[in-house]
Design a protein around this ligand. Structure first.
Ligand code: GAP
Length: 449
C-alpha cells in the first residue's frame, strides 16, 4: 500500500485563503463540523455534481432524475429502520463532558468500569456506560413542539426516491431495470466528525437507486461497481489511491445484502477511506414502505402479465468527500527551475477546475491590458476566466497554479503584430502561441471531459 503524505493542514489553510472552503459561522467561533463553500469551492462542487449528473442521468436512457424534499413523513424513518437502527454506541465523560464512540480505539479499558480512561481529559473511571445514540437530527413541523410534530432531517436521499418509485416509473413509463438519481443534502449528528470536510454533520449525497428484477441483482451490482470505479478514475484520481473494500458480515448496514465501498487514500493517518458505497439493498426498502404505508409499490410487468417488487442496487456517493479527495490528489509543491520560490499546484482535472484560464497583460502599457480585457470578456461567455494585471507575471502564474487553473493566457509585445497570445499549461509549463480567434476553441476543447 502506498503511504501518501498528509497534506490536510496545508489544504485547510489554502482553502480558506483562496476562497474554497470556510468554517461555518466562523465569526461566532464556528459550528462543529459544518463548512461553507466559498466562490471557488462552490464552482468545484457544482462542476463535480454536473459531471455526476451528466454521467448518471443525462447520458443514460434508463436513469431518471429526481429532487425530493429533505423533510419527509416521520413514518418513512420508522419504515426505513433509521429510527430504531441508525444508532452509534456513545459514552460521555462525567469530568470533561466530551462524548466518544464507545468503540473509539483511543479509549483505554472498558467504558463504564473504574479502569476506563477518558482520551480527552485523561481521568479514570469517569466514562459512563455506552448508550445508543440516534444520528438523525430531530425538529418540529408546525408551531407545536410535541412528539406528534417531531420530524427528522433526512440522513440519506435514498428514502425520498423509494417513496416516489411508482410516481417516477408511471410518469416516465420506464420499465425494469431502470434507475432514479438525485443530488441533495443529508444530515447526520455524527459523534466523531472531523478531518475537515471528510465527515461532517451537514453534507450532500449523489445517490442512484437502480430497480431490477430479483435474481438479476448481483449482475447489476457488479455492473455498477465497475461503472462507478471507472467514473472516479475519470476525475483524475490516481489509480494507486483508489480501491474497493468489501463489507464483511459485521459491517453490512441493516438494509444491505452485499456492499462494496470505493475508497480513496487520503494520506497520512486517515489513509484509505470510503468515498462511495455500492449496495445491494434487495427489496428491503420497498417492502418496508409497502408495509408501513399500506400502499402497494409493485411494478407491473405488462409483457409477463405479472407484478413483482423490484430489488434495488444503490450507488451512494458523497460530493464533499470526493471534492476533498480531488484536493488531496491534486495538491503538490514543486521547485521551479531558475527561481528561488517554488510553486504550489492544485492539479485538478480541467473539466472540474473552478477557473479555466487566467488572462494577463504582460505589462500594464502599450495597449496590452485593453486587449487582455477584451479576451477575458469574450472567453467569460463560454467559461469562467480570471483577469489579473497586478504584480510580476511569475506571481500571477503562481496564484492561478495554487487554485488549479489549467491555462494562463498572456498578451505580450508580439500580440498586436501577430494576433496571437501565449497559452501556458499548468502541468507541463509549456507555452504555445495561439491566435486570438482560436483561443476559445483551444481552451474549450481541453476543458471538456
Ligand atoms: N443511502 C446509503 C447511504 O447513505 P452511506 O455509505 O452512509 O450510504 C453514502 O453514505 C456516502 O455519503 C458516503 O460514501 C460518503 O461519501 C457520504 N457521507 C456519508 N456520511 C457522511 C458525512 N458525515 N460527511 C460527509 N459525507 C458523508
Amino acid at each position: 500500500m502506498p503511504n501518501q503524505p498528509d497534506v490536510m493542514d496545508k489544504l485547510v489553510s489554502l482553502c480558506k485563503r483562496r476562497g474554497y472552503i470556510f468554517q461555518s459561522s466562523e465569526i461566532y467561533g464556528g459550528t462543529g463540523s459544518v463548512w461553507d463553500y466559498g466562490p471557488l469551492g462552490v464552482e468545484l462542487k457544482r462542476n463535480l455534481q454536473e459531471r455526476w449528473w451528466s454521467e448518471m442521468v443525462k447520458s443514460r436512457e434508463n436513469v431518471e432524475g429526481l429532487d425530493s424534499a429533505i423533510l419527509m413523513h416521520p413514518r418513512v424513518w420508522e419504515a426505513s429502520g433509521h429510527v430504531s437502527g441508525f444508532v452509534d454506541p456513545l459514552v460521555d465523560c462525567r469530568n470533561c463532558r466530551k462524548r466518544f464512540r464507545a468503540d473509539d480505539p483511543k479509549i483505554k479499558g472498558a467504558p463504564g468500569t473504574p479502569d476506563a480512561q477518558c482520551p480527552a481529559c485523561g481521568m479514570k473511571g469517569t466514562l459512563g456506560e455506552p448508550r445508543q445514540f440516534n444520528l438523525m437530527f430531530r425538529t418540529f413541523m408546525g408551531p407545536v413542539e410535541d412528539s406528534a410534530a417531531t420530524i427528522y432531517l433526512r440522513p440519506e436521499t435514498a428514502q425520498g426516491t423509494y417513496v416516489n418509485f411508482l410516481n417516477v416509473q408511471q410518469s416516465t413509463r420506464q420499465r425494469i431495470p431502470f434507475g432514479i438519481a438525485q443530488i441533495g443534502k443529508a444530515f447526520r449528528n455524527e459523534i466523531t466528525p472531523g478531518n475537515f470536510i471528510f465527515r461532517t454533520r451537514e453534507f450532500e449525497q449523489m445517490e442512484m437507486q437502480f430497480f431490477v428484477e430479483p435474481g438479476t441483482d448481483m449482475e447489476w451490482f457488479e455492473y455498477w461497481k465497475s461503472e462507478r470505479m471507472r467514473w472516479h478514475s475519470s476525475l483524475g484520481l490516481a489509480a494507486d489511491r483508489l480501491q474497493f473494500h468489501q463489507h464483511g458480515e459485521d459491517e453490512l448496514a441493516h438494509y444491505a445484502r452485499a456492499a462494496f465501498d470505493i475508497q480513496f487514500d487520503f494520506g497520512g493517518s486517515l489513509g484509505f477511506q470510503e468515498v462511495e458505497g455500492i449496495h445491494n439493498r434487495g427489496d428491503f426498502d420497498l417492502s418496508r414502505h409497502q408495509e408501513y404505508s399500506g400502499k402497494k409499490l409493485e411494478f407491473f410487468d405488462h409483457a409477463g402479465n405479472r407484478k413483482f417488487l423490484p430489488f434495488v442496487v444503490e450507488t451512494a456517493a458523497g460530493p464533499n468527500r470526493i471534492l476533498l479527495a480531488l484536493l488531496v490528489n491534486g495538491y503538490r509543491e514543486e521547485a521551479v527551475e531558475g527561481e528561488t520560490e517554488g510553486r504550489v499546484v492544485l492539479g485538478l482535472h480541467p473539466s472540474l477546475a473552478p477557473v479555466k484560464a487566467g488572462v494577463f497583460p504582460l505589462v500594464k502599457k502599450d495597449g496590452m491590458p485593453e486587449v487582455a480585457k477584451r479576451i477575458a470578456e469574450d472567453l467569460r461567455r463560454a467559461f469562467p476566466v480570471f483577469y489579473d494585471d497586478s504584480g510580476a507575471i511569475g506571481r500571477r502564474y503562481r496564484r492561478q497554479d495554487e487554485i488549479g487553473t489549467p491555462f494562463c493566457i498572456t498578451v505580450d509585445g508580439d500580440t498586436a503584430g501577430s494576433g496571437s497570445a501565449t497559452v501556458r499549461d499548468r502541468d507541463t509549463l509549456k507555452q504555445e502561441r495561439v491566435s486570438l480567434d482560436g483561443l476559445r476553441a483551444y481552451i474549450g476543447e481541453r476543458i471538456t471531459a
